[in-house]
Design a protein around this ligand. Structure first.
Ligand SMILES: [Zn+2]
Length: 207
């Protein structure tokens, strides 16, 4: 299955490519955060396939009562797992806390506590399917993988390294780190059996 993963930056070309059937063979959309929900809603409407996403630090706080806090037609997968055509997906929103009043920001310890909340779901998957996850989607990168140790807003989360060790997904797709010197920065890193991919601003995966 082809999977379209998007993150952090609206691609204007999407508005011309999608109507021309450029992403016709895509069977699943993954959103890694910091994108206007209207953009996600446009993509899901055009491609008409399931969409799972996690919020980033520039997204509003999720509130079931408030339509503006979610993308219609998609599922907020923050701390949740889902199964689509036998592909097991887990989600982890937000990034490192760099402002005391920041939304969807967590200290390293808070991020660990959030990751622990996913354990029961991962365990059930392992019992039911023989594996915990195929794809982990997050906004933040893991610690020291595609992150920026010189910028407090772009430190990776250690809880994500831990989640990858526990869940062993085939892919971990994330956003948050932008490229300024295209092609010079590493966008894909293999750690254990997990390929970690920075999807900024979009990537096509084949599973
Ligand atoms: Zn971000």
């Amino acid at each position: 299955m082809k999977i379209l993963a998007v993150s952090d930056q609206v691609i204007d070309r999407m508005y011309t490519l999608a109507p021309r059937g450029h992403f016709q063979s895509v069977g699943l959309i993954l959103g890694c955060g910091d994108l206007p929900y209207s953009y996600l809603e446009y993509i899901v409407t055009m491609l008409n396939v399931p969409m799972y996403y996690v919020p980033g630090n520039h997204d509003p706080e999720f509130n079931l009562q408030d339509k503006r806090s979610r993308a219609e037609g998609g599922s907020n997968l923050d701390l949740q797992t889902a199964s689509h055509e036998n592909i097991l997906i887990g989600g982890f929103g937000g990034c490192i806390r760099y402002r005391p009043d920041g939304i969807n920001q967590y200290t390293q310890s808070q991020a660990y506590l959030r990751a622990f909340q996913m354990l029961p779901k991962l365990l059930i998957n392992r019992i039911k399917y023989g594996r915990a996850l195929d794809i982990l989607i997050s906004h933040s990168p893991p610690f020291k993988v595609h992150d920026d140790i010189f910028d407090p807003a772009h430190h990776g989360l250690k809880a994500l390294n831990w989640l990858n060790r526990i869940a062993r997904p085939r892919y971990h797709v994330h956003g948050h780190t932008h490229f300024y010197r295209n092609n010079l920065e590493t966008q894909e890193t293999m750690i254990g059996s997990t390929k970690i991919i920075n999807v900024y601003p979009y990537k096509i995966l084949e599973l």
